[in-house]
Design a protein around this ligand. Structure first.
Ligand code: PRX
Length: 689
């Protein structure tokens, strides 16, 4: 047994490898069609060769595809783990997304085609289209609104909006004046919104009276009011409220002096707002993501490098062409929405489709109906959605003409081969290549995938590191795990890349500790040059990476990252809870589901003290987590237990809990303080099922 196999992390990687390998009963390979390859932007190894022979030169060349007000003098300054890219260069991402498309015919091209959730019942969907010129005008006007409200370069702006065109408008307006946006997913609770606002001291909050989701109105303004209640967010000076519907606003409270309707502010705003000439390293945005502690991390991205990677991955990975209609189904509250709904495709001058609502509203064919009606050509979604579609049945896609599709993408979690093949056959008509793209909030853009016109892909394997990206698999000692077909190890990025996170907002030490201290040199000093993404991986004999999922205490539930500690903190916040331990269990649709083991306060079982039925307290605890964090973190299952299995030093043995939650044969219990605890737990758990 190698040293790698002794740790919890490597055990996780090895477990996942074994599970996935079981699925690869028959390893199949899929080559792109000749016509697709011939027309593809990349159909040779040339880019890889360029990047290999002159790595910095490659990244300089990629940056030349954008407009720069002033050229950079240094491509990279690498002071591990801090990198700076395109030093001395001045640019503006909003300019690259908008202004540079206005001089020719593209000004009249659709930048965003938006469809709202309601209205489809009568055969006519609620729909808006913004051409590049119109979008530019809206963005300039809102940039002036921001200035009028006292927002300037470097100020933080919180955005808590549904999937409506204004979400893109306000992001681009922030980028235009150098304000730093922090988008908070509309599904997060008021408390999560409040914590994020306070952590980065946002000056302004932009929200909406509501948005539609599965036929219901999500009242974001009311949620925002709860977040701000009693002066809980003292940094907020103003709140801008977008009226979602064309008619009457959804009922909401407008606090005189603090709250302003977006449409009223826009009435008087000038449409003249030249883009600020920003330094390449000026901050662009903060996006919070879950880590291994209870507190989410504010991932900080800067302007130049992020622009280059989101642009060049749209060009090479999504192979975007002038007449494509690109639909990335992610919400703008996640990094995928930032990079592939807004910034990447708009820099390319592409047409983006944006949809407000749920995939099963009013029927389970809504996505396919949208693809048919707008002739979507490139479609990018998450494995969890694909598994739901599989379950709903192929009759839904079959009922629609989806011949416009030419390329499919997957992101957010490992895609199991069965889902890959279903996606390929039923959505891609066995004709469209699939790009399985591995990346993270921290990487800003896609890092590992196939190039659709060049590579033969294999279900379950994401592919290779993109040109200019250096990835490898190592063990606990940073020794390379050679490209054998079976061994799992830890994924590691060995060189900086332009769109890498610059730090964690307000906590550079945590940045260094989390991502750049996994491995040590011979003197025992941390290797600050090696980035640890927190994922396990293995390779096939052709060198393709198979990403095995998180090896740290982060879960991936329906493609969303949730820290086990966050859920544990939410649970112990409940007055009845003494202690909790949260683990993931594999789930048919969501990939992983949250299972929480909870001990209640008082004598065991503490339920009697509250004279509450177990089922009631379980429901109460689930609701409590949803209120604290958001519905995405609601545990699938809560197991009440008198004790948690601990080592003699008092550490909770999560591996055993995972084994119990998965119904697996129990792992090693020799270091357990009281082995009976596990046995009791397992019996209880089996009894509950
Ligand atoms: O575990 C990996 C998984 O999602 C994590 C990143 O989550 P987040 O920052 O929320 O960004 C998601 C969208 C980019 C990774 O550490 N992940 C993402 N893409 C893949 C993946 N796992 C396997 N295959 C992928 N294609």
């Amino acid at each position: 047994m190698s040293e790698l196999e002794h740790t919890d992390e490597s055990a996780k990687a090895t477990d996942s490898a074994a599970q996935i390998s079981d699925l690869l009963v028959e390893e199949r390979e899929f080559a792109p069609g000749a016509a697709f390859s011939a027309a593809a932007t990349v159909n040779s190894e040339e880019l890889y060769q360029q990047a290999h022979s002159d790595w910095e030169g490659y990244w300089a060349e990629q940056a030349r595809g954008l407009d720069w007000f002033e050229p950079w003098h240094t491509v990279l300054k690498w002071d591990p783990p801090h990198s700076q890219w395109y030093l001395g260069g001045k640019l503006n991402l909003s300019h690259n997304c908008l202004d540079r498309h206005l001089s020719g015919w593209r000004r009249n091209k659709a930048a965003i085609i938006w469809e709202g959730e309601p209205g489809i019942e009568g055969g006519v969907a609620e729909q808006r289209t913004l051409t590049y010129q119109q979008l530019h005008r809206e963005v300039c006007k809102f940039a002036n609104v921001l200035k009028k409200l006292g927002v300037g370069k470097g100020d933080r702006v919180a955005i808590y909006l549904p999937m409506i065109p204004e979400a893109a408008v306000v992001m681009l307006a922030c980028a235009r004046i150098g304000a730093v946006h922090s988008v908070v997913f509309g599904g997060f609770s008021p408390e999560s919104l409040r914590d994020r606002i306070n952590d980065s001291q946002c000056k302004l909050l932009i929200t909406a009276d509501g948005g539609w989701r599965r036929g219901n109105i999500v009242r974001l303004k009311a949620e925002s009011d709860k977040a701000l209640e009693g002066g809980a967010c003292p940094s907020i000076e103003h709140v801008v409220v977008v009226k979602r519907s064309a008619g009457e606003p959804f009922p909401c409270h407008i606090q005189e002096g603090r709250d302003h309707w977006y449409h009223r502010l826009m009435e008087d705003a000038s449409a003249d707002c030249p883009a600020e000439k920003l330094d390449s390293e000026d901050l662009l945005f903060i996006l919070y993501t879950s880590g291994t502690t209870g507190k989410p991390k504010g991932i900080v991205h800067s302007t130049g490098g992020y622009s280059v990677v989101t642009y060049n991955t749209c060009k090479y990975v999504f192979d975007l062409k002038e007449d494509d209609i690109f639909w990335c189904t992610a919400d703008i509250g996640w990094v995928t929405g930032h990079s592939y709904v807004v910034y990447g495709p708009l820099q390319m001058g592409a047409t983006v489709l944006m949809y407000e609502g749920a995939p099963d509203y009013p029927q389970r064919d809504r996505f396919w109906d949208i693809i048919e009606r707008y002739r979507v050509s490139v479609f990018y979604t998450a494995p969890t959605a694909i598994r739901a579609f599989m379950k709903w049945g192929e009759e839904h896609p079959r009922a629609h003409d989806m011949s416009s599709l030419r390329l499919l993408g997957s992101v957010g979690e490992p895609i199991n081969p069965e889902a890959w093949i279903w996606y390929h056959e039923n959505i891609g008509a066995s004709r469209c290549p699939i790009v399985d793209t591995w990346w993270q909030t921290e990487t800003g853009g896609i890092m590992i995938t196939t190039l659709p016109g060049l590579h033969v892909s294999k279900p379950g394997f994401a592919g290779w590191a993109l040109p200019g990206v250096s990835a490898t698999i190592v063990d606990e000692k940073a020794r390379p795990v050679e490209g054998s077909a079976s061994r799992a190890g830890l994924l590691c990025l060995t060189r900086p890349w332009p769109s890498m996170l610059r730090t964690i907002w307000g906590d550079d030490e945590r940045f260094q500790e989390t991502y750049f201290s996994k491995w040590q040199d011979d003197q025992g000093n941390p290797r600050r040059d090696l980035y640890f993404p927190g994922d396990g991986a293995k390779r096939d004999s052709a060198g393709r990476f198979m990403i095995l999922g998180r090896v740290d205490d982060v879960l991936n539930v329906a493609g969303h990252r949730i820290g086990t500690m966050e859920v544990e903190s939410a649970l112990v916040d409940h007055p009845a809870v003494a202690e909790s331990a949260v683990v993931g269990r594999s789930h048919e649709i969501k990939g992983q589901a949250i299972v929480a083991f909870v001990t209640l306060k008082g004598s065991s079982p503490a339920l009697s003290a509250r004279s509450t039925h177990p089922a009631d307290i379980i429901d109460e605890l689930k609701a409590h987590v949803a209120t604290k964090i958001g519905a995405i973190a609601r545990p699938e299952e809560i197991i009440l237990t008198a004790d948690l299995p601990k080592t003699r030093s008092g550490k909770i043995m999560r591996r055993l809990l995972r084994d119990i939650a998965e119904g697996r044969t129990l792992g090693d219990t020799t270091t357990l303080a009281d082995p009976a605890v596990v046995e009791n737990l397992r019996q209880m758990y089996e009894g509950q099922e």
